[in-house]
Design a protein around this ligand. Structure first.
Ligand SMILES: [Ca+2]
Ligand SMILES: [Ca+2]
Length: 262
């Protein structure tokens, strides 16, 4: 109904609306209800009157409000053309990444832990509705969604990826593979995932065998949480996974679930 009102406001000749609340049909009326004219106002139709503040004269007998501008047509007529759109719609778990005003368009982004489905750009015909083609931000984090710990956010992604592809995906969403700084953090993340599941974390000795480094911060692990007998894979196993509450080295090209941190 808000859009119906805005559409009416944009046309100086519109004085009232009839909005069908079930069919969402918007009717613009050039007159108002009075003793001679009856306009519907019942359980199906809402009747509302519009007052045009800030009217500006446009030709003879035509006025435009602030949402429309006066156009002098080739047939020597004056018409008011709507010039602005309402605020673009917000989408759950997303945000407006970019907005242009002429032509009116927005591009959406998704919050950490959500992936965009559909066309992330939408546009608006001035004075009309935004064309929202059902763009959605769908959740990708399993085991309870996005978790917070120590001021960071964590997302367990249940997609099988090689360590390198997992690392790249985390970067794509402005995050990185999880780095575990303390035994407390280790215990915390281990409590969030199934013990027998295996999840890539951001630790690797690909550069120099036996020298383990976090891939994002390039620092050595301060509190290593290796399982008994690990790391034990030599040059065949150069990437670390969380498994059974500790760390295990494993072949980097193996496809595993992974944990992104932001
Ligand atoms: Ca190794
Ligand atoms: Ca191993």
């Amino acid at each position: 109904m808000q859009m119906c009102l805005k559409e009416c406001e944009a046309f100086s000749l519109c004085s009232s609306i009839n909005f069908h609340r079930k069919l969402f049909v918007c009717e613009l009326n050039s007159h108002r209800k009075d003793g001679n004219i009856s306009l519907i106002n019942d359980q199906d139709y809402v009747y509302l009157e519009i007052s045009h503040p800030n009217n500006r004269t446009c030709g003879t007998g035509v006025t435009c409000n602030l949402q429309s501008k006066c156009i002098h047509t080739t047939f020597d007529q004056f018409v008011c053309m709507p010039v602005i759109c309402s605020d673009p719609p917000n989408i759950p778990n997303g945000y407006i990444a970019q907005q242009t005003f002429s032509p009116p368009s927005v591009t959406y982004g998704c919050d950490f832990g959500y992936i965009g489905v559909g066309n992330n750009s939408t546009s608006c015909v001035p004075g009309k509705n935004w064309n929202t083609e059902g763009y959605k931000c769908a959740p990708i984090c399993v085991y309870g969604g996005v978790h917070s710990y120590g001021g960071k956010k964590y997302c367990v992604v249940q997609w099988y990826r090689s360590w390198m592809n997992a690392k790249d995906y985390c970067y794509q969403i402005n995050a990185h593979l999880m780095e575990i700084e303390s035994a407390e953090e280790q215990n915390w993340i281990a409590s969030k995932v199934p013990g027998l599941g295996s999840f890539w974390i951001g630790l690797t000795d690909q550069e120099t065998e036996g020298i383990w480094r976090w891939s994002h911060s390039h620092s050595a692990p301060q509190n290593p949480q290796w399982l008994d007998g690990q790391p034990g894979g030599g040059t065949v196993q150069n990437c670390a996974m969380l498994y059974k509450g500790g760390w295990n080295d494993y072949p980097c090209d193996s496809n595993q679930f992974f944990i992104c941190e932001k």
